[in-house]
Write a protein that binds this ligand. Structure first.
Ligand code: AMP
Ligand code: MG
Length: 382
């Protein structure tokens, strides 16, 4: 049995009876899911190897994929990591609490080796959600917490998503309503010379990082090609399409990637392809998608489209989900995982999602879409 507590964000304190009960369960070594401003996390005492192992087991998560450690106050870094350098400090001052994870050298023995997957570093963040902060404070220890979904599935943005994936597999869920940002934190590493290296794009954009630390160079990790074959994707479509490769590497070859980046992630059950428009021609893409839908329906597929609300009515899919207004990647981020799960609920077998510009939160949205689609990104040819 998985226990379910309701905690209103406005009433969340470490003394709240449900928060105390959930913290008690965490201290007993049972994984508990809780809301953050990004997605729901599945927490365990970061120092308790048996508890952390239950998190991996509940999710079916590969053991070489490290967990992010969540703290309620920057003072909890003492004894957990090496002292952050000036750049890391500036980032924490600017974005904590918030969707930014900073990877720092770990103090040996401070957390379970399962949390770091044996690395000499640990990713840490202070979430911007009253329920998360109250729960970490009540538990009295940093919480290691990956997203509270079965490994490979879209991340949960509501307590119901957590229960869909993990009911009966974890101790409890604290329901604090829908999360805000909708995609995971940005994971960064501060490199010598004041360079900020993005290991995973997320809720804090590269542009925001640049503004927060004037003069800092911001670079990005190359995206892994796990399962990616845009060439084959384009060939497999009925309408003519051009494969689109992931964005160019900002780093030299041989740069270590963030652990976990090689795994397929966030995937709906249906076959998802991301469709980019010819520059300045979104209506050409709409026509292209509709041609493809006609053929797929004739083959017996249950079709779905994820699109800007301005175009939603123009699509002839069985299920059309609007992510929000065109040019609003924050809205796309907020609704993305919920939409992918909604396609599953509708039994959708073939999904086309509109690509967005990679500016601002668009970088995180496109990163998640590429992974959810197993690298199938194509450009519609009119
Ligand atoms: P998730 O918990 O599913 O949001 O995934 C956490 C991600 O954070 C991992 O897949 C890594 O990409 C990244 N991460 C966590 N800890 C580290 C670390 N010590 N070094 C590099 N990347 C990390
Ligand atoms: Mg995850």
């Amino acid at each position: 049995m998985t226990k379910l507590w309701q905690v209103n964000a406005a009433e969340a304190t470490p003394e709240h009876p449900a928060v105390r009960a959930a913290a008690e369960m965490l201290r007993r070594g049972e994984p508990v899911a809780f809301p953050t401003e990004t997605v729901y996390g599945l927490g365990a005492d970061a120092g308790d190897t048996a508890a952390v192992e239950r998190v991996f087991a509940a999710k079916g998560r590969p053991a070489d994929n490290p967990l992010i450690v969540h703290i309620a106050d920057p003072s909890q870094l003492d004894g957990l990591t090496a002292p952050p350098d000036d750049t890391a400090r500036a980032l924490m001052a600017a974005f904590w609490p918030g969707p930014l994870t900073v990877v720092l050298p770990v103090v040996p023995g401070a957390v379970s080796p399962r949390v770091t997957a044996g690395l000499a570093t640990v990713g840490v963040r202070m979430p911007d959600h009253p329920v998360a902060l109250a729960l970490i404070a009540a538990a009295g220890c940093p919480l290691a917490a990956p997203s509270a979904n079965r490994s490979g599935r879209p991340s949960p943005t509501r307590a119901a998503h957590v229960l869909d994936d993990l009911a009966g597999r974890i101790g409890g869920v604290v329901d604090g309503g829908s999360t805000g940002v909708g995609v995971e934190s940005t994971v960064v590493e501060c490199r010598p010379g004041g360079r900020i290296h993005i290991l995973r794009p997320g809720g804090v954009s590269a542009e925001a990082l640049r503004l927060a630390v004037p003069g800092a160079e911001v670079t990005s990790a190359r995206e892994s090609a796990a399962g990616a074959d845009p060439q084959a994707a384009a060939a497999g479509l009925a309408a003519r399409a051009v494969p689109v490769a992931a964005e160019a590497d900002a780093e030299a070859e041989g740069t270590p990637k963030a652990p976990g980046m090689k795994y397929t992630h966030y995937a709906p059950k249906g076959h998802l392809t991301v469709v980019t428009a010819e520059p300045g021609d979104p209506s050409g893409r709409t026509a292209w998608i509709n041609r493809e839908l006609v053929r797929r329906k004739a083959e017996g597929e249950r079709t779905g489209v994820l699109a800007a609300e301005e175009r939603a009515a123009a699509y002839a899919a069985d299920t059309v989900i609007a992510y929000g207004p065109e040019g609003d990647p924050a809205a796309y981020a907020r609704g993305l995982y919920d939409a992918l799960r909604a396609f599953d609920e509708a039994g959708t077998t073939f999904i086309l999602a509109e690509a967005v510009d990679e500016a601002g939160l668009g970088a995180a949205v496109m990163n998640r879409l590429r992974k959810a689609a197993g690298g199938r990104v194509v450009r519609a040819v009119p």
